[in-house]
Design a protein. Sequence first.
Length: 102
Amino acid sequence: MGTWIKIIEENKIPKMGSRKVIIGEEEIALFKTRDGSVFAINNICPHKEGKLSEGLVHENTVTCPLHNWDIDLASGEALGNDSGCTNVYESKIEDDYLYLNL
């Protein structure tokens, strides 16, 4: 069982964009999609360790800036012919703040 940690005001994450946070030794990328959904995943691409927070958000995926791998924001899985996975973190919005279950 994890612990819910208050991270950031939800409005500080831009639509179709990201923010990076560091908690302990974990680097976590926070994404907001066009519909306002928020996702939290490990900031490291499973392919060549590109920084996913620097990638392009489209629909519910992010494209790694190094080699164009598409990563599903909900599952952390690489899409298409690529294979690999990065950690995802359970999140919730309460009183306009994003919380992560770590």
